[in-house]
Design a protein around this ligand. Structure first.
Ligand SMILES: Cc1ncc(COP(=O)(O)O)c(C=O)c1O
Length: 334
């Protein structure tokens, strides 16, 4: 049991969305992880990692926590460290949005800015991790949660799946889940395996992310996707994976706002579009659950900004866009 604001991590709502797929004969539910107090699903992993580190003595009340994150994990850790009075340094890069930096600072996090990518790989992730390792050496009594390999990241999501089954009152036929460290998909799929559920787990990754073997390419929407294969990745526990591109994320997010009045982040748009791509083949009567990892407020300057979309996607034509979305983009990009 946790105290104060941390007692509100988890137990997020599962909401039935009956408009977006109204012409199809399956039920669609969204697990709204943006209702966590830090605003995203990463609160669960951050809390589980820090509590375990306290329990095992890996950290104490004076330990400095250091993590590389450009977004939700950093914010989740910043919240927990603020609650326990632990110093926290978040290693960020130029891709971190201004509003995320402001949130981190508001929670009292120290910001360590990596301005150059790794010279060998051209990757910021590699450069940020190298910087974390330098800081660990120079700061005594410091600790790196290492969300890409920490077992307590994925173990937090046993609970996420357990909540879904309890809220539905049965196992869903499909679970659609975005991937980055693979903590969420691994924890949920281990629950499915251990409980002998029939749920098919579908991982939703970003086009240009290497987790499922795609060739690395530039991505603009943060949250899901990774430029290295995380140690937590267990492809044998996943039934299928689907790659979704940046523009599809944007369309998905905007369609959810338009039709369901739900303002969510890019990976949620991706998960929704993954279901949309499969809507013709999902069996009648099936139950689909999508995990919506965060809220849309962190993306107002990107996904929900017509000028940003126009700058980055102008002239792109995508035949899979519904007619209404074609119009939306024609307007956004004119
Ligand atoms: C918005 C968003 N969606 C999806 C994910 C992927 O979650 P995981 O790291 O558990 O694979 C993240 C991870 O940071 C995220 O911030």
């Amino acid at each position: 049991m946790h105290n104060g604001i941390l007692s509100e991590v988890g137990n997020t709502p599962l909401v039935k969305l009956s408009r977006v797929f109204k012409d199809f004969n399956f039920e669609f539910y969204a697990k709204l992880e943006g209702f966590n107090p830090g605003g995203s699903i990463k609160d669960r992993a951050a809390l589980n990692i820090i509590m375990n580190a306290f329990e095992t003595g890996a950290i104490g009340p004076e330990t400095t926590i250091i993590e590389s994150s450009s977004g939700n994990m950093g914010i989740g850790l910043a919240q927990i460290c603020a609650y326990y009075g632990l110093p926290f340094i978040c290693v960020i890069d130029p891709k971190t949005t201004k509003s995320n930096i402001q949130i981190l600072k508001a929670y009292g996090a120290g910001i360590d800015y990596v301005s150059e990518p790794d010279p060998d790989t051209g990757e910021f992730l590699r450069a940020r991790i190298d910087r974390v390792k330098e800081l660990l050496i120079s700061i005594p009594n410091s600790y790196w949660p290492n969300q890409y390999s920490n077992q307590y990241n994925f173990r937090a999501h046993y609970q996420t799946m357990s909540e879904i089954v309890a809220q539905l009152g049965r196992e869903p036929d499909y679970l659609f889940c975005a991937t980055s460290t693979c903590g969420t998909v691994r924890g949920c799929s281990e629950f499915v395996r251990d409980k002998g559920l029939r749920t098919k787990v579908v991982a939703v990754d970003a086009e240009g992310s290497v987790i499922f073997g795609d060739r690395q390419a530039k991505r603009l929407i943060p949250g899901h996707g990774a430029s290295m294969v995380p140690e937590l990745h267990r492809p044998d526990l996943i039934d299928r994976f689907i790659h979704i591109c940046d523009l599809e994320c944007i369309v998905g997010c905007r369609r959810l706002v338009r039709q369901e009045a739900i303002l969510v982040g890019g990976s949620s748009g991706a998960v929704f579009m993954a279901i949309d791509r499969n809507k013709e083949i999902i069996e009648p009567g099936a139950t689909c659950v999508a995990i919506f990892a965060d809220r849309g407020e962190r993306y107002l300057d990107t996904i929900y900004s017509d000028s940003w979309v126009s700058t980055h996607f102008k002239g792109m034509s995508h035949l899979w866009l519904e007619q209404k979305d074609q119009q939306l983009y024609a307007t956004a990009m004119s």
